[in-house]
Design a protein around this ligand. Sequence first.
Ligand code: OGA
Ligand code: NI
Length: 341
Amino acid sequence: MFSIKSQVESGCLTYVPPKYVFDKSSSNCISSEAETIPTIDVSLLTFGTPDQRSKVIQDIGNACRDWGFFMIINHGVPETLRDEMLKGCQSFFNLTEEEKKEFSGKQLFDPISYGTSFNTNIDTSFFWRDYLKVWVHPNFRAPHKPAGFSETVREFSKRSREVASELVRGISESLGLEERYIEETYDLEVGSQLLVVNLYPPCPEPEVAIGLPPHTDHGILTLLMQNELSGLQVMHNGTWVPVNDPPPNSFLVNMGDHMEILTNGKYKSVVHRAVVNNKETRISLGTAYGPPLDTVVSPAPELVDCESCGSAYRGIKYRDYLVLQKTNHLDSKSCLDRVRI
Ligand code: OGA
Ligand code: NI
């Protein structure tokens, strides 16, 4: 399957080919209000006074409930490392198609997979996006090309993992649970970490195509960063809120489907999408944190409010959930719906 990058660079695409036309008509209402996603200073979790710490935990809880998305600043990952990571990703995609072919995984759980769209076997329309997915934990893997990339991925993965762990502890407390409750109950320390790099080349008719259709992310939470171009939109109160101009050196955090399951729906995995532009290539880099593949995630009994209401989701192995998501169309909520009771 041809990457969209190589098709765009061939210079022949003056319009969006029919295969890439995506019908946005069912929900395309862009928020007209100047709404912004909350920003949280996560250094206060570690270095704040007890009062500052409890205020931040409260803010995290509110952001999780109201938005399912928030931005974090002062997270401790050096800006130089982020820049190096973005550059490394760009260099990876700049390898020739022949070189990248070596990394085109065939199976869902292959440690490295390079490809285009989402699942070209079942996608009814293709997405204006090439991707690289790498499982970086519990076993670290990374492409051996371009030179130095693997070391950067290793360092970035380690540092961002520390941020995610700190956040999960704050989130656990925001739910009234012990700080370590979530990480211990779902074995997150030995859990999975999947790096997903998205490359969205410029598109001649950005209104007609889509980078990633409306979807939710699997896993406990995702950390996302991007180059200087925006394109992410988050569903909030029935409209799309564009995430423009995030603070410098920030990450965007969003709750994944397994956070929704384990909190019994208290924190929702929110629908988002990526639109494309006609100017320059946008790169975004998401890291999904989840439990080990064979861990069954079901609602924490402490968060099932009363006997009679019961659990709102059935337990499912993380691995089985990933299979379910990959074999369904990305742009449907069917995956979470299938574990809802
Ligand atoms: C994703 C995703 C958004 C973006 O990779 O799951 O939602 O802005 N990416 O690229
Ligand atoms: Ni996503």
